[in-house]
Design a protein around this ligand. Sequence first.
Ligand code: GLN
Length: 455
Amino acid sequence: ACLDRIDALNGRVNAFLYVDREGALAVAADVDARRAAGEELHRLAGVPIALKDNMVTRGIPTTCASKILGGWRPPYDATVVETLKAARLPIVGKTNMDEFAMGSSTEHSAFGPTGNPWDLTRIPGGSGGGSAAAVSAFMVPLALGSDTGGSIRQPGAVTGTVGVKPTYGAVSRYGLVAMASSLDQIGPVARTVADAAALQELIGGWDLRDSTSLREPVPALLDATRAVHGAGTVEGLRVGVVRELSGEGYQPEVLAAFRATVERLRGAGAEIVEVSCPSFDYALAAYYLIMPAEASSNLARFDGMRYGIRVEPSEGTVTAERVMAATREAGFGDEVKRRIILGTHVLSAGYYDAYYGSAQKVRTLIQRDFDRVFADVDVLVSPTAPTTAFKFGDKISDPMAMYLNDIATIPANLAGVPAMSVPNAVADDGLPVGFQVIAPARRDEKMYEVAQLVA
Ligand code: GLN
């Protein structure tokens, strides 16, 4: 059914860059046979899933939506892919994204943008717009995304799906093509909070091959979503509304939906506390220094020798350096080049203290703001994105306007805390709005519990 739905819709939605029909059907048939034989399988066995195209899949193209990786078929699987295969989830394909996960609309994909299933003239968010659109359009019930500054949550908000960025280190990043390693995190895209919880429980856990992965047991996330079906779970719950994330710069419909949900929580018995995190005002600026700095270093590996395309200079001698330059010139899109140049600049001697060094200090202040408020509240809440889905072309020529989409999602990445977006309401313009729940590090179960309350 999923494959038929993809066949029917993908021409218009462009959520998938690659569909592995035979591979997915083989896993599904194997699951049927094992179930028929009475074998006990994982609860998600047989549930089709899609992967953002920056997770490496053995023998299956992995492009990061960039021309530079043209023709590359990875020789190994990411840890999350190994885990999904072991639990026998059919992997139906790879989803569209902004090139190398840089963007908030999928318009930076080298293979054309993805349409928002709610209105195909609008963006599905980014960078993981393909995964969000695939779930939103019922092409698959589950997908994985990666979130460096909001790329799972903001697409979730504008497509009416659930998007989760787990605690940094909760899910292995081995085999995720790195963008900004200290911020990147793989997480679930789903239709319900419980589905997302079941998926994170499966993919979470320590991995020897990721030095930043947390060495602790995966919390009982699915149980956390079930607990709230009973009475009394709201009692004593303290919910912080972050002043800096719910005022200026947000579309009125988005704020109205957010406030209505906060009132619903209050009505259910939660205590609502207004909190202030003054350094969040500098989070966007710090992120757009740290992220390009790390990306400029991570993307140095695309040199025309190791992966994907190789372009020789059109004239003159062929030297390694000139092949690298010609390959990167032809292979990378404008946004990727912009960030590499910006990142290299902020890391250069003489500018390091002024830019990268200051940004790291701001990062520490943001972590302290979180520590301070989490001493007083269980979770923080905010709108996920400042606006509903905007039209194609609206922000593509203005990088600053595009970057401003991330104001509410970036603080969680800078501090490593878990955050998720749940569909909250449909705004007056007929488009979905997302509600963000942020929890302290390694308290993902608390985040799921509160998300289930508002879902
Ligand atoms: N929109 C943000 C950016 O362009 C987020 C990217 C991400 O989370 N991968 O950097």
